[in-house]
Ligand binder design. Structure first.
Ligand SMILES: Cc1cc2nc3c(=O)[nH]c(=O)nc-3n(C[C@H](O)[C@H](O)[C@H](O)COP(=O)(O)O)c2cc1C
Length: 139
């Protein structure tokens, strides 16, 4: 089995009034579909964007990213990495989630992510470090 890790960032097209409901829907779908495919990962959300790490078998990741790519809730999707990995980092999470909020803004801020410096503008290494830090904070 060949394991891959895919990372992308995008602008959020969620409308503020529906944001909470839509985020809950996205997570419900993601966790259901990912669990069926043994995909794990981390989704980060800021008011204006998303960044997501997906880990799993190459074919399942490609199929899942194909669905994510055509989802109108994203704009300007940028594929940042698709690499072979030996071990998944987010074992046990069908999709962990963290958003920029009062409790997490300190961690986001450490990595330079603020309402002014949006998550979809961040480079790969920053996003991976941020996801790792957020995962540690909740473990
Ligand atoms: C920010 C964001 C993250 C998403 N993450 C995942 C994911 O990890 N896995 C997944 O299957 N779908 C994910 N989706 C949902 C897909 O884009 C798509 O709506 C869904 O997979 C369609 O499934 P269905 O055709 O079975 O209803 C995500 C959508 C958004 C907007």
């Amino acid at each position: 089995m060949s394991l891959v890790r895919l990372v992308y960032a995008s602008r959020s097209r969620l409308v503020e009034a529906d944001r909470r409901v839509e985020l809950a829907r996205i997570l419900e779908t993601a966790r259901l579909r990912n669990a069926e495919r043994h995909i794990t990962g981390f989704l980060m959300a800021t008011p204006g964007g998303f960044a997501q790490v997906l880990e799993g078998e190459a074919g399942s990741i490609a199929e899942t990213y194909g669905r994510i790519m055509v989802d109108p809730r994203h704009g300007d999707l940028r594929l940042l990495a698709q690499d072979a990995i030996a071990h998944p980092q987010f074992t046990g999470w069908a999709m962990a989630f963290a958003e920029h909020s009062e409790t997490t803004q300190f961690i986001f801020g450490l990595y330079g992510v603020s309402p002014e410096a949006e998550i979809f503008e961040q480079p790969l290494d920053v996003l991976l470090d941020l996801a790792g830090e957020l995962a540690n904070a909740r473990a």
